[in-house]
Design a protein around this ligand. Structure first.
Ligand SMILES: [Zn+2]
Length: 414
């Protein structure tokens, strides 16, 4: 009997020990899980409730034309409205959501959802002008709401000349980031570094006083001065538009004006250009009318085409302008003189590898001519003949010496 009791006491002890160990193991596992696996998630959750960080946008650099005075792109002050739902009294949430949706023309249900969220910061709307945010400020004062709504300064890009040099300047996205042209190419220089207002709150949404607020000042972006002369650019665009309309150029057209001494680009235009202040609107009037009915893919294809800088992104056969290169190479090689009468003869065509290539004036051939005359006449057979005499290796060497095989150095995204 005693032995039995002893045995069962032992058994009970063993059982107790095993149970105790099991509980310990479970606890250790849970602790390890919280420490190593769930920690970052939990921390993020706590941060989300306790820490509200509001971005303070840096002022984006101004873009000037070659005069250094004419402004092509500039940032103006706008306001971003955020709320801290934890700080808004429960009985004010509905009227606040109502007012916010009224002032900023937003969907009431959506705003109310944000105002009711269990987070320390919710963005209501970005990029609002002073008039609207002032009316919000006045309403807050009237209703004695002093916490939980933040109206922070931000900047918005503005292009004073709308469609001037649109393919050069490019535009910015909803977060002020450069998406096209110079705005994209020089994003790092123009953008600067945004700052932050950090405020820490406890679990009930009460702030920790001064210790809880931390302001990191933004660093403004740097300005840029382009080689583009806004006057020349305007003249080029005007004449390009006229020429494209008069000649019914359905594929549009491009003009580049360059300073031959320095290689500076003074103007670069494609037709049609677009309005940098509303880059997502089509330029075509007929298209504007049916724009909303189009499929998303159709709209984006059109916009990509509209933004494309055809002057540098597309290839274009140089044609007869290349005769200058052939003429220069043949003079350098001693294969021709400028004014030797009757040095060449145009019969209206020349045969190359069994193919007859015509002169543009095949119906009334140029006949006897000097190099100068052949160039003035843009006579095809003469320059084909000279090209053959130079030979492909040497000709290629001249192309290289003229710099045709090198990149142009135009600092624009393709
Ligand atoms: Zn000819």
């Amino acid at each position: 009997m005693e032995e039995k009791n002893n045995l069962s006491a032992k058994k009970r002890m063993m059982l107790g020990l095993v149970l105790y160990m099991l509980v310990c193991i479970v606890l250790v596992c849970r602790l390890a899980y919280l420490q190593f696996v769930g920690a970052s998630q939990l921390q993020a959750k706590a941060e989300n409730q306790q820490r509200s960080a509001r971005e303070v946008g840096a002022r984006r650099g101004t873009i000037y034309d070659s005069s250094g005075e004419t402004v092509l792109a500039v940032s103006s002050t706008v306001y971003t409205v955020t709320v801290n739902p934890m700080k808004i009294p429960a009985d004010k949430k509905e009227i606040l959501a109502r007012k916010l949706s009224e002032i900023f023309e937003l969907n009431y249900e959506k705003v109310l959802k944000r105002v009711n969220k269990k987070s320390a910061i919710e963005t209501i709307i970005k990029r609002q002008d002073k008039e609207k945010t002032d009316s919000l400020r006045a309403w807050m004062e009237e209703n004695e709401i002093y916490v939980g709504i933040n109206i922070d300064e931000d900047t918005k890009r503005y292009y004073p000349f709308s469609n001037l040099a649109s393919h050069i300047i490019g535009f910015c996205g909803s977060d002020n980031q450069g998406l096209e042209g110079i705005e994209a190419k020089y994003e790092k220089i123009l953008s600067g570094k945004s700052g932050e207002i950090n405020s820490l709150t406890d679990a009930k949404g009460q702030s920790f006083g001064d210790a809880g607020e931390n302001y990191i000042e933004p660093t403004d972006g740097k300005d840029l001065v382009l080689s583009i002369d806004s006057n020349i650019q305007a003249i080029v665009q005007k004449h390009l538009e006229e020429a494209c309309i008069d000649n019914v150029c359905t594929d549009g057209g491009s003009i580049i004006a360059m300073n031959p001494q320095t290689g500076d680009i003074l103007a670069l235009a494609n037709y049609p250009s677009y309005d940098l202040n509303s880059p997502y609107q089509p330029v075509d009037e007929e298209l504007k009318a049916v724009w909303q009915d189009l499929e998303q893919v159709q709209r984006s294809n059109y916009l990509m085409g509209m933004w494309r800088n055809k002057a540098i992104a597309d290839t274009y056969e140089p044609g007869s302008t290349f005769k200058l290169v052939t003429a220069s190479a043949s003079l350098e090689e001693g294969l021709a003189e400028v004014d030797r009468k009757g040095a060449f003869a145009c019969t209206g065509a020349i045969e190359i590898a069994g193919v007859r290539i015509k002169c543009w004036r095949y119906y009334r051939p140029h006949g006897s001519e000097s190099l100068r005359e052949a160039l003035m006449n843009s006579c095809n057979p003469v320059f084909i003949g000279l090209g053959q005499k130079i030979g492909k290796e040497k000709y290629y060497g001249y192309l290289n010496k003229f710099g045709f095989l090198k990149k142009t150095g135009i600092d624009l995204p393709r």
